[in-house]
Design a protein around this ligand. Structure first.
Ligand code: AMP
Length: 420
């Protein structure tokens, strides 16, 4: 038997109901915050990720799915959403818009990671990218939108861990201080961190292996190296978050290893989920330098990405979602070919009027159809028989109260809709 590739999942049964539910909450919230849906290709030129995510990042060094197509082009399955959105913004000259561009996406990402709980090779993220504004109101909107979506999904005990990397000047000062501090302790860090020290020392603070090392715990904090402007900007973002009722904690360890971040960086966690199952649901930050890096003019950008697979895993633990079951409104029953010919238009009419309907698709007898209707938890049974049909009537049975009435065929849609 052919099985699915390592690190991928099938979404079926009650899981797929949860996925549809999450997707509908996401798209509704995005619409009310006035975010535009964007769909970019699942593969892009490899160079896009080398220039955006960064040559020295774990993602580009170890985790991308790279391939050559038949035209000898170097392509990569997208490991994240930001680079593609910024590429599209530049390629389609959306920067010419007089308004801030607010995009959201929801799609699969690909990273060649060691599969484990909360870590897949094909996984789904929804996220936003806001391009063209440096106003702290946007930092606050993006963070609160992520927070409020998770809250709307009934995920409790949410906390945003937030930090700032400051502007270019603050970053350089901080980087120097960090390098000076780490240099004498290098031999106590893991091999990857020794490498990171040369390529991107900030990423050492993100290291999972050395996370508990006392060396890192005592490392200098970005917040102590901010310029006056960067500090004021961060204070303003926090003030706005207070107004928007977002529970946050300033956490100097959040540096978000990707090369393109500056100013606000954040992660969102549910304090309810246990450590082994990866409590970080999403994160993001400001990336004002990225647009120039990808060939644009000086501009501003900020975004977040949230992992849907981890959200679903959490939701499955909550009582509210444990027995998610699909119910249908009507099951239309028939036996003879003549009854079937009458059933078809009734089924279609109801469906086109928004009623969820199923019918006998396997030539079952009446008993088999009653059983199927029960399995599907149908609210109403519409039972067709030749005698009643001759009089233009059908039987409608309320499957819960077991009450049965005869209804004129022309009134069936109205009857069902008004009794649902
Ligand atoms: P990142 O783009 O690495 O900042 O990840 C943002 C969010 O996407 C994480 O907090 C996770 O919820 C999710 N995520 C990242 N990588 C994976 C993965 N390999 N498998 C499942 N979810 C992931």
């Amino acid at each position: 038997m052919i099985t699915k590739p390592k690190g991928t999942i099938d979404i079926t049964g009650s899981d797929s109901l949860l996925w549809e539910y999450v997707n509908s909450v996401v798209s509704t919230m995005m619409a009310t915050y006035n975010y535009e849906y964007i769909r970019t290709p699942i593969f892009e030129a490899s160079e896009l990720y080398h220039r955006s995510v960064g040559e020295s990042s774990d993602i580009v060094k170890k985790e991308t799915y790279d391939f050559k197509d038949k035209g000898d082009r170097n392509l990569t399955l997208r490991p994240e959403g930001t680079a593609g959105v910024v590429r599209s913004y530049l390629e389609n000259k959306e920067y010419a818009s007089p308004d801030v561009k607010k995009y959201y996406y929801n799609g699969t990402m690909y990273r060649y990671e060691r599969p484990q709980a909360g870590r897949l090779r094909e996984f789904t993220q929804f996220g936003v990218e806001v391009l063209g504004s440096d106003d702290p109101i946007i930092d606050a909107e993006v963070i609160s939108l992520q927070y409020k979506i998770l809250e709307a999904l009934h995920i409790s005990n949410l906390q945003v861990n937030i930090n700032t990397l400051g502007d270019e000047e603050s970053r350089i000062k901080y980087r120097d201080a960090l390098v000076k501090y780490l240099e004498p302790h290098l031999d106590l860090l893991c091999d990857d961190c020794k490498e990171r020290f040369k390529t991107n020392p900030l990423r050492i603070l993100d290291c999972k292996v050395d996370a508990e090392s006392p060396i890192l715990k005592k490392a200098p904090k970005t917040i102590d190296y901010l310029t006056k402007d960067a500090k004021e900007r961060f204070t303003t973002v926090l003030k706005y978050l207070d107004l928007l009722e977002v529970d946050y904690e300033v956490n100097p360890k959040i540096v978000r290893g990707l090369d393109y971040y500056d100013h606000t960086v954040f992660e969102i966690v549910s304090l309810d989920s246990d450590e082994t199952r990866q409590s970080v649901l999403g994160g993001g930050g400001r990336y004002n330098k990225l647009i120039k890096e990808l060939g644009g003019k000086d501009n501003y950008g900020i975004g977040f990405a949230c992992g849907v697979d981890r959200i679903i895993a959490l939701l499955k633990e909550i009582d509210l979602y444990q027995n998610v079951k699909k119910e249908i409104d009507c099951y239309v029953m028939y036996v003879s070919e003549e009854e079937k010919l009458n059933a078809l238009p009734i089924v279609q009419n109801l469906r086109l009027n928004g009623v969820v309907v199923e019918t006998n698709n396997l030539n079952k007898g009446l008993k088999g159809q009653f059983n199927e209707a029960d399995r599907l938890d149908a609210k109403f049974l519409i039972i067709l028989n030749n005698e009643d049909l001759k009089l233009g009537l059908v039987n409608v049975k309320d499957n819960h109260t077991k009450e049965e009435v005869k209804i004129d065929i022309s009134e069936i849609v109205d009857y069902i809709i008004s009794n649902l």
